[in-house]
Write a protein that binds this ligand. Structure first.
Ligand code: CAO
Length: 415
Protein backbone atom coordinates (compact mmCIF):
# COMPACT_ATOMS: atom_id res chain seq x y z
CA UNK A 1 0.00 0.00 0.00
CA UNK A 2 1.31 3.48 -0.81
CA UNK A 3 1.86 6.01 1.96
CA UNK A 4 0.50 9.54 2.13
CA UNK A 5 3.95 11.17 2.13
CA UNK A 6 5.69 8.76 -0.25
CA UNK A 7 8.39 10.65 -2.14
CA UNK A 8 8.84 13.38 0.50
CA UNK A 9 12.40 13.47 1.76
CA UNK A 10 13.13 15.05 5.13
CA UNK A 11 16.51 16.23 6.34
CA UNK A 12 15.96 15.62 10.03
CA UNK A 13 18.24 17.84 12.06
CA UNK A 14 16.19 17.40 15.23
CA UNK A 15 17.14 16.18 18.67
CA UNK A 16 15.66 15.51 22.12
CA UNK A 17 11.85 15.39 21.93
CA UNK A 18 9.98 18.24 20.23
CA UNK A 19 11.57 17.97 16.78
CA UNK A 20 11.85 14.15 16.74
CA UNK A 21 8.12 13.72 17.51
CA UNK A 22 7.38 15.84 14.44
CA UNK A 23 9.66 13.95 12.07
CA UNK A 24 8.53 10.59 13.47
CA UNK A 25 4.96 11.46 12.51
CA UNK A 26 6.09 12.41 9.01
CA UNK A 27 8.00 9.12 8.78
CA UNK A 28 4.89 7.22 9.86
CA UNK A 29 3.01 8.86 7.03
CA UNK A 30 5.64 7.60 4.61
CA UNK A 31 8.27 10.35 4.32
CA UNK A 32 11.89 9.29 4.00
CA UNK A 33 13.34 10.83 7.16
CA UNK A 34 17.13 11.05 7.34
CA UNK A 35 18.32 11.94 10.80
CA UNK A 36 21.65 13.78 10.85
CA UNK A 37 23.63 13.22 14.05
CA UNK A 38 27.08 13.91 15.36
CA UNK A 39 29.46 10.94 15.13
CA UNK A 40 30.24 9.31 18.46
CA UNK A 41 27.40 10.63 20.57
CA UNK A 42 24.42 11.32 18.28
CA UNK A 43 21.18 12.65 19.67
CA UNK A 44 21.76 13.20 23.40
CA UNK A 45 18.66 11.16 24.22
CA UNK A 46 20.33 7.96 22.94
CA UNK A 47 22.18 7.88 26.24
CA UNK A 48 19.64 9.52 28.54
CA UNK A 49 17.61 7.54 31.09
CA UNK A 50 19.22 4.31 29.88
CA UNK A 51 17.67 1.14 31.24
CA UNK A 52 19.97 -1.31 29.38
CA UNK A 53 23.72 -0.60 29.34
CA UNK A 54 24.98 -0.01 25.81
CA UNK A 55 21.51 0.07 24.23
CA UNK A 56 19.81 3.17 22.87
CA UNK A 57 17.45 4.43 25.55
CA UNK A 58 13.69 4.04 25.32
CA UNK A 59 13.59 7.83 25.24
CA UNK A 60 15.40 7.74 21.90
CA UNK A 61 13.88 4.60 20.41
CA UNK A 62 10.32 5.75 21.09
CA UNK A 63 10.83 9.10 19.34
CA UNK A 64 12.77 8.01 16.28
CA UNK A 65 10.95 5.10 14.67
CA UNK A 66 10.91 4.64 10.88
CA UNK A 67 13.91 6.98 10.35
CA UNK A 68 17.35 6.50 8.85
CA UNK A 69 20.42 7.81 10.68
CA UNK A 70 23.61 9.25 9.27
CA UNK A 71 26.52 10.71 11.19
CA UNK A 72 27.96 13.95 9.89
CA UNK A 73 30.12 16.71 11.33
CA UNK A 74 28.31 19.69 9.90
CA UNK A 75 30.90 22.13 11.21
CA UNK A 76 33.64 20.51 9.11
CA UNK A 77 33.88 22.02 5.56
CA UNK A 78 33.55 18.57 3.96
CA UNK A 79 30.60 17.81 6.22
CA UNK A 80 29.03 21.11 5.20
CA UNK A 81 29.44 20.07 1.55
CA UNK A 82 27.55 16.83 2.27
CA UNK A 83 24.84 18.80 4.03
CA UNK A 84 24.57 21.12 1.03
CA UNK A 85 24.00 18.11 -1.23
CA UNK A 86 21.32 16.91 1.14
CA UNK A 87 19.65 20.32 1.15
CA UNK A 88 19.56 20.25 -2.64
CA UNK A 89 17.87 16.84 -2.69
CA UNK A 90 15.49 17.03 0.28
CA UNK A 91 12.07 18.68 0.47
CA UNK A 92 12.08 19.71 4.12
CA UNK A 93 14.73 20.51 6.71
CA UNK A 94 13.45 20.19 10.28
CA UNK A 95 15.50 21.47 13.21
CA UNK A 96 15.11 22.34 16.85
CA UNK A 97 18.54 23.63 17.77
CA UNK A 98 19.01 26.44 20.23
CA UNK A 99 18.30 29.83 18.61
CA UNK A 100 20.99 30.82 16.10
CA UNK A 101 22.75 27.41 15.93
CA UNK A 102 21.81 26.74 12.30
CA UNK A 103 22.94 30.26 11.29
CA UNK A 104 26.23 29.79 13.15
CA UNK A 105 26.74 26.58 11.17
CA UNK A 106 26.44 28.70 8.03
CA UNK A 107 22.98 27.56 7.01
CA UNK A 108 20.86 30.68 7.20
CA UNK A 109 17.42 30.71 5.59
CA UNK A 110 18.87 32.80 2.75
CA UNK A 111 21.65 30.27 2.13
CA UNK A 112 19.29 27.30 2.21
CA UNK A 113 16.86 29.10 -0.06
CA UNK A 114 19.69 29.81 -2.48
CA UNK A 115 20.69 26.12 -2.49
CA UNK A 116 17.13 24.88 -2.90
CA UNK A 117 14.31 27.40 -3.36
CA UNK A 118 11.75 24.60 -2.96
CA UNK A 119 13.01 23.60 0.47
CA UNK A 120 10.76 24.06 3.49
CA UNK A 121 12.71 24.93 6.64
CA UNK A 122 10.79 24.03 9.77
CA UNK A 123 11.94 25.02 13.24
CA UNK A 124 10.91 24.55 16.83
CA UNK A 125 12.12 27.25 19.18
CA UNK A 126 11.22 27.91 22.79
CA UNK A 127 9.78 31.34 22.11
CA UNK A 128 8.75 33.37 19.10
CA UNK A 129 10.25 36.80 18.36
CA UNK A 130 10.36 38.96 21.50
CA UNK A 131 12.29 39.31 24.73
CA UNK A 132 12.95 35.58 25.17
CA UNK A 133 13.69 34.64 21.55
CA UNK A 134 17.30 33.66 22.31
CA UNK A 135 16.53 31.37 25.26
CA UNK A 136 16.94 27.61 25.31
CA UNK A 137 13.78 25.86 26.39
CA UNK A 138 12.77 22.43 27.68
CA UNK A 139 9.32 20.95 28.21
CA UNK A 140 8.48 22.33 31.62
CA UNK A 141 9.74 25.82 30.79
CA UNK A 142 7.19 25.85 27.97
CA UNK A 143 4.44 24.58 30.26
CA UNK A 144 5.24 27.39 32.70
CA UNK A 145 5.47 30.16 30.11
CA UNK A 146 2.55 28.99 27.97
CA UNK A 147 -0.15 29.31 30.64
CA UNK A 148 -0.46 25.65 31.59
CA UNK A 149 1.34 25.60 34.95
CA UNK A 150 -0.42 28.64 36.43
CA UNK A 151 -3.81 27.08 35.69
CA UNK A 152 -2.99 23.49 36.69
CA UNK A 153 -3.09 22.14 40.24
CA UNK A 154 -5.14 22.94 43.29
CA UNK A 155 -6.08 26.35 44.59
CA UNK A 156 -3.97 26.01 47.73
CA UNK A 157 -0.96 24.43 45.98
CA UNK A 158 1.94 25.59 43.83
CA UNK A 159 1.64 25.88 40.04
CA UNK A 160 1.90 22.40 38.56
CA UNK A 161 3.30 20.85 35.40
CA UNK A 162 1.42 18.05 33.70
CA UNK A 163 2.70 14.63 32.65
CA UNK A 164 1.47 15.16 29.10
CA UNK A 165 4.39 16.54 27.10
CA UNK A 166 2.42 19.39 25.65
CA UNK A 167 5.51 21.57 25.22
CA UNK A 168 7.59 19.05 23.31
CA UNK A 169 5.25 16.58 21.63
CA UNK A 170 2.53 19.25 21.45
CA UNK A 171 4.84 21.56 19.52
CA UNK A 172 6.03 18.69 17.34
CA UNK A 173 2.42 18.12 16.31
CA UNK A 174 1.92 21.79 15.50
CA UNK A 175 5.11 21.80 13.45
CA UNK A 176 4.10 18.68 11.52
CA UNK A 177 0.86 20.35 10.49
CA UNK A 178 2.81 23.43 9.41
CA UNK A 179 5.11 21.28 7.28
CA UNK A 180 2.40 19.40 5.40
CA UNK A 181 0.55 22.69 4.90
CA UNK A 182 3.69 24.26 3.42
CA UNK A 183 4.18 21.19 1.21
CA UNK A 184 0.62 21.64 -0.02
CA UNK A 185 1.14 25.34 -0.74
CA UNK A 186 4.37 24.52 -2.58
CA UNK A 187 2.30 22.57 -5.09
CA UNK A 188 0.87 25.86 -6.34
CA UNK A 189 3.72 28.32 -5.64
CA UNK A 190 6.69 26.08 -6.39
CA UNK A 191 8.45 27.74 -3.45
CA UNK A 192 9.56 26.58 -0.05
CA UNK A 193 8.98 28.68 3.05
CA UNK A 194 9.92 28.91 6.72
CA UNK A 195 7.67 27.15 9.22
CA UNK A 196 8.11 28.15 12.85
CA UNK A 197 6.36 26.73 15.89
CA UNK A 198 7.36 28.06 19.27
CA UNK A 199 6.83 25.96 22.35
CA UNK A 200 5.25 28.85 24.26
CA UNK A 201 2.79 29.49 21.43
CA UNK A 202 1.91 25.81 21.10
CA UNK A 203 1.24 25.39 24.82
CA UNK A 204 -0.82 28.58 24.79
CA UNK A 205 -2.83 27.24 21.86
CA UNK A 206 -3.61 24.18 23.99
CA UNK A 207 -4.55 26.53 26.86
CA UNK A 208 -6.98 28.47 24.66
CA UNK A 209 -9.89 27.89 27.06
CA UNK A 210 -7.91 29.59 29.82
CA UNK A 211 -7.62 32.75 27.71
CA UNK A 212 -11.39 32.50 27.28
CA UNK A 213 -11.70 32.30 31.06
CA UNK A 214 -9.35 35.24 31.66
CA UNK A 215 -11.69 37.47 29.70
CA UNK A 216 -14.81 36.08 31.37
CA UNK A 217 -13.18 36.69 34.75
CA UNK A 218 -12.25 40.26 33.82
CA UNK A 219 -15.83 40.96 32.77
CA UNK A 220 -17.78 39.26 35.55
CA UNK A 221 -15.27 38.74 38.40
CA UNK A 222 -16.47 35.19 38.90
CA UNK A 223 -16.59 31.84 37.10
CA UNK A 224 -19.33 29.65 38.41
CA UNK A 225 -17.91 26.32 37.26
CA UNK A 226 -14.61 26.83 39.11
CA UNK A 227 -14.12 25.29 42.57
CA UNK A 228 -13.57 28.81 43.96
CA UNK A 229 -17.30 29.45 43.45
CA UNK A 230 -19.35 30.22 45.52
CA UNK A 231 -17.30 30.37 48.73
CA UNK A 232 -13.71 31.07 47.63
CA UNK A 233 -12.16 34.22 46.24
CA UNK A 234 -11.17 35.05 42.68
CA UNK A 235 -8.16 37.25 42.01
CA UNK A 236 -7.41 39.03 38.76
CA UNK A 237 -5.94 36.01 36.94
CA UNK A 238 -7.43 32.63 36.01
CA UNK A 239 -6.92 30.44 39.09
CA UNK A 240 -5.98 26.77 39.31
CA UNK A 241 -9.13 24.76 38.77
CA UNK A 242 -8.21 21.49 40.45
CA UNK A 243 -10.08 18.75 38.64
CA UNK A 244 -12.99 20.89 37.57
CA UNK A 245 -14.03 20.50 33.97
CA UNK A 246 -12.55 22.93 31.49
CA UNK A 247 -15.78 23.15 29.53
CA UNK A 248 -19.43 23.99 29.99
CA UNK A 249 -20.33 20.67 31.61
CA UNK A 250 -19.26 20.39 35.28
CA UNK A 251 -17.04 17.42 36.13
CA UNK A 252 -14.83 16.05 38.86
CA UNK A 253 -12.62 13.12 39.84
CA UNK A 254 -14.41 10.83 42.27
CA UNK A 255 -13.23 7.93 44.41
CA UNK A 256 -14.15 4.39 43.43
CA UNK A 257 -14.04 1.08 45.29
CA UNK A 258 -10.48 0.37 46.43
CA UNK A 259 -9.31 4.01 46.49
CA UNK A 260 -7.82 3.52 49.97
CA UNK A 261 -5.03 1.36 48.54
CA UNK A 262 -5.08 1.89 44.77
CA UNK A 263 -3.87 5.38 43.75
CA UNK A 264 -5.81 5.11 40.49
CA UNK A 265 -9.16 3.84 41.78
CA UNK A 266 -10.96 6.97 40.61
CA UNK A 267 -13.28 8.00 37.83
CA UNK A 268 -13.82 11.29 36.05
CA UNK A 269 -17.52 12.02 36.22
CA UNK A 270 -19.29 14.60 34.09
CA UNK A 271 -22.65 15.93 35.23
CA UNK A 272 -23.83 16.54 31.70
CA UNK A 273 -27.07 18.52 31.68
CA UNK A 274 -28.62 16.36 28.96
CA UNK A 275 -28.52 13.26 31.20
CA UNK A 276 -29.24 14.87 34.56
CA UNK A 277 -32.36 12.71 35.03
CA UNK A 278 -30.37 9.52 34.47
CA UNK A 279 -27.64 10.66 36.88
CA UNK A 280 -30.24 11.24 39.60
CA UNK A 281 -31.77 7.80 38.99
CA UNK A 282 -28.42 5.97 39.01
CA UNK A 283 -27.30 7.51 42.31
CA UNK A 284 -30.74 7.11 43.90
CA UNK A 285 -31.62 10.81 44.07
CA UNK A 286 -34.72 10.90 41.89
CA UNK A 287 -36.11 13.81 43.90
CA UNK A 288 -33.34 16.03 42.45
CA UNK A 289 -34.86 15.71 38.98
CA UNK A 290 -37.58 18.22 39.76
CA UNK A 291 -36.23 19.87 42.93
CA UNK A 292 -35.85 23.65 42.37
CA UNK A 293 -32.27 23.58 43.81
CA UNK A 294 -31.13 20.93 41.33
CA UNK A 295 -33.42 20.76 38.30
CA UNK A 296 -31.63 23.34 36.12
CA UNK A 297 -27.86 23.55 35.41
CA UNK A 298 -27.63 27.07 36.88
CA UNK A 299 -29.30 25.95 40.09
CA UNK A 300 -26.68 23.25 40.46
CA UNK A 301 -23.60 25.44 40.02
CA UNK A 302 -23.38 26.74 43.63
CA UNK A 303 -23.96 23.15 44.85
CA UNK A 304 -21.46 21.30 42.70
CA UNK A 305 -19.21 20.27 45.59
CA UNK A 306 -22.07 18.65 47.50
CA UNK A 307 -23.52 17.10 44.33
CA UNK A 308 -20.19 15.46 43.48
CA UNK A 309 -19.81 14.32 47.11
CA UNK A 310 -23.18 12.58 46.79
CA UNK A 311 -22.27 10.98 43.45
CA UNK A 312 -19.02 9.84 45.07
CA UNK A 313 -20.94 7.96 47.74
CA UNK A 314 -22.28 5.90 44.83
CA UNK A 315 -19.00 5.58 42.87
CA UNK A 316 -17.24 4.39 46.06
CA UNK A 317 -19.44 1.29 45.95
CA UNK A 318 -18.23 0.34 42.44
CA UNK A 319 -14.87 -0.30 40.87
CA UNK A 320 -13.92 2.30 38.27
CA UNK A 321 -14.68 -0.21 35.50
CA UNK A 322 -18.08 -1.15 36.98
CA UNK A 323 -18.92 2.54 37.30
CA UNK A 324 -17.81 3.12 33.70
CA UNK A 325 -20.07 0.34 32.42
CA UNK A 326 -23.12 1.38 34.44
CA UNK A 327 -22.80 5.10 33.70
CA UNK A 328 -22.22 4.52 30.00
CA UNK A 329 -25.31 2.34 29.77
CA UNK A 330 -27.16 5.59 30.65
CA UNK A 331 -25.03 7.71 28.27
CA UNK A 332 -23.45 9.50 31.21
CA UNK A 333 -19.96 10.66 30.15
CA UNK A 334 -17.19 9.44 32.43
CA UNK A 335 -13.70 7.98 32.30
CA UNK A 336 -11.79 5.68 34.64
CA UNK A 337 -8.37 6.95 35.73
CA UNK A 338 -6.18 4.45 33.87
CA UNK A 339 -2.63 3.83 34.97
CA UNK A 340 0.06 3.64 32.30
CA UNK A 341 0.34 -0.06 33.23
CA UNK A 342 -3.34 -0.61 32.48
CA UNK A 343 -3.10 1.33 29.23
CA UNK A 344 -0.09 -0.60 27.96
CA UNK A 345 -1.90 -3.87 28.73
CA UNK A 346 -5.09 -2.80 26.94
CA UNK A 347 -5.74 -5.22 24.09
CA UNK A 348 -7.92 -2.81 22.11
CA UNK A 349 -5.10 -0.23 22.01
CA UNK A 350 -2.78 -2.94 20.73
CA UNK A 351 -5.33 -4.01 18.12
CA UNK A 352 -5.46 -0.48 16.68
CA UNK A 353 -1.68 0.00 16.69
CA UNK A 354 -1.81 2.75 19.29
CA UNK A 355 0.35 0.55 21.54
CA UNK A 356 2.89 -1.44 19.55
CA UNK A 357 5.60 -3.95 20.34
CA UNK A 358 8.80 -3.26 18.44
CA UNK A 359 11.91 -5.44 18.12
CA UNK A 360 15.33 -3.86 18.37
CA UNK A 361 18.62 -5.60 17.61
CA UNK A 362 20.33 -4.38 20.79
CA UNK A 363 17.57 -3.98 23.36
CA UNK A 364 15.16 -6.67 22.14
CA UNK A 365 11.39 -6.20 22.32
CA UNK A 366 9.90 -3.06 23.83
CA UNK A 367 6.56 -1.29 23.86
CA UNK A 368 5.92 2.04 22.24
CA UNK A 369 3.08 4.37 21.42
CA UNK A 370 2.29 4.03 17.75
CA UNK A 371 0.76 6.58 15.43
CA UNK A 372 -2.33 8.07 17.08
CA UNK A 373 -3.53 9.45 13.73
CA UNK A 374 -5.16 6.78 11.58
CA UNK A 375 -5.38 7.20 7.81
CA UNK A 376 -7.45 4.55 6.03
CA UNK A 377 -5.34 4.75 2.86
CA UNK A 378 -1.95 5.13 4.52
CA UNK A 379 -1.49 2.57 7.25
CA UNK A 380 1.37 3.03 9.69
CA UNK A 381 3.82 0.21 10.27
CA UNK A 382 6.11 1.10 13.13
CA UNK A 383 9.70 0.02 12.49
CA UNK A 384 12.57 0.35 14.96
CA UNK A 385 14.70 3.44 15.40
CA UNK A 386 18.05 3.44 13.59
CA UNK A 387 21.35 2.73 15.27
CA UNK A 388 23.69 5.71 15.26
CA UNK A 389 24.96 6.18 11.69
CA UNK A 390 23.36 2.94 10.53
CA UNK A 391 22.52 4.43 7.13
CA UNK A 392 25.50 6.71 6.56
CA UNK A 393 26.97 4.72 3.68
CA UNK A 394 23.58 3.99 2.14
CA UNK A 395 22.51 7.65 2.15
CA UNK A 396 25.84 8.96 0.90
CA UNK A 397 25.79 6.44 -1.94
CA UNK A 398 22.27 7.63 -2.83
CA UNK A 399 23.63 11.18 -2.87
CA UNK A 400 26.21 10.08 -5.43
CA UNK A 401 29.29 9.58 -3.22
CA UNK A 402 31.62 6.79 -4.33
CA UNK A 403 32.89 4.10 -1.94
CA UNK A 404 36.30 5.76 -2.04
CA UNK A 405 34.93 9.20 -1.15
CA UNK A 406 32.92 7.68 1.68
CA UNK A 407 36.05 5.94 3.00
CA UNK A 408 37.94 9.27 2.90
CA UNK A 409 35.16 11.06 4.79
CA UNK A 410 35.28 8.31 7.41
CA UNK A 411 39.07 8.48 7.68
CA UNK A 412 38.83 12.24 8.23
CA UNK A 413 36.12 11.69 10.89
CA UNK A 414 33.60 13.79 8.94
CA UNK A 415 31.04 10.96 9.14
N1 CAO B 1 27.74 18.42 13.66
C1 CAO B 1 28.35 19.45 14.26
N2 CAO B 1 27.75 20.22 15.19
C2 CAO B 1 26.48 19.93 15.49
C3 CAO B 1 25.77 18.88 14.90
C4 CAO B 1 26.47 18.09 13.92
N3 CAO B 1 25.89 17.08 13.31
N4 CAO B 1 24.53 18.84 15.42
C5 CAO B 1 24.45 19.82 16.32
N5 CAO B 1 25.62 20.50 16.38
C6 CAO B 1 25.97 21.63 17.23
C7 CAO B 1 25.10 22.84 16.97
O1 CAO B 1 25.54 23.51 15.81
C8 CAO B 1 25.35 23.63 18.25
O2 CAO B 1 26.58 24.30 18.15
P1 CAO B 1 26.80 25.84 18.60
O3 CAO B 1 26.22 25.98 19.96
O4 CAO B 1 28.28 25.98 18.57
O5 CAO B 1 26.12 26.70 17.62
C9 CAO B 1 25.55 22.54 19.29
O6 CAO B 1 25.69 21.33 18.56
C10 CAO B 1 24.49 22.33 20.32
O7 CAO B 1 23.18 22.58 19.84
P2 CAO B 1 22.05 23.09 20.85
O8 CAO B 1 22.47 24.40 21.43
O9 CAO B 1 20.75 23.06 20.14
O10 CAO B 1 22.05 21.94 21.96
P3 CAO B 1 21.95 22.07 23.55
O11 CAO B 1 22.08 20.68 24.04
O12 CAO B 1 22.89 23.05 24.11
O13 CAO B 1 20.47 22.61 23.81
C11 CAO B 1 18.08 22.54 23.70
C12 CAO B 1 19.39 21.75 23.76
C13 CAO B 1 16.94 21.57 23.50
C14 CAO B 1 17.86 23.30 25.02
C15 CAO B 1 18.14 23.54 22.53
O14 CAO B 1 18.47 22.86 21.36
C16 CAO B 1 16.86 24.32 22.31
O15 CAO B 1 16.52 25.24 23.05
N6 CAO B 1 16.14 23.99 21.24
C17 CAO B 1 14.94 24.70 20.84
C18 CAO B 1 13.79 24.40 21.73
C19 CAO B 1 13.51 22.92 21.81
O16 CAO B 1 13.30 22.23 20.85
N7 CAO B 1 13.42 22.45 23.04
C20 CAO B 1 12.87 21.13 23.28
C21 CAO B 1 13.85 20.12 23.51
S1 CAO B 1 13.00 18.69 24.02
O17 CAO B 1 12.71 18.93 25.61
Amino acid sequence: MSKALDGVRILDFTHVQSGPTCTQLLAWFGADVIKVERAGEGDATRGQLRDIPGADSLYFTMLNHNKRSITLDTKNPKGKAVLETMIKTCDVLVENFAPGALDRMGFTWERINELNPRMIVASVKGFGPGPYQDCKVYENVAQCTGGSASTTGFEDGTPMVTGAQIGDSGTGLHLALGIVTALYQRNSTGRGQKVNASMQDSVLNLCRVKVRDQQRLARTGVMEEYPQYPNGKFGDAVPRAGNASGGGQPGSILKCKGWETDPNAYIYFIAQAAVWGSICKVIGKEEWITHPDYAKPRDRLPRLASIFATVEEWTKTKTKFEAMDILNSFDIPCGPILSIKEITEDQSLRDTGTIVEVDHPVRGKYLSVGNPIKLSDSKTEVTRSPLLGEHTEEVLAQLGYSAEQIADLRAEKVI
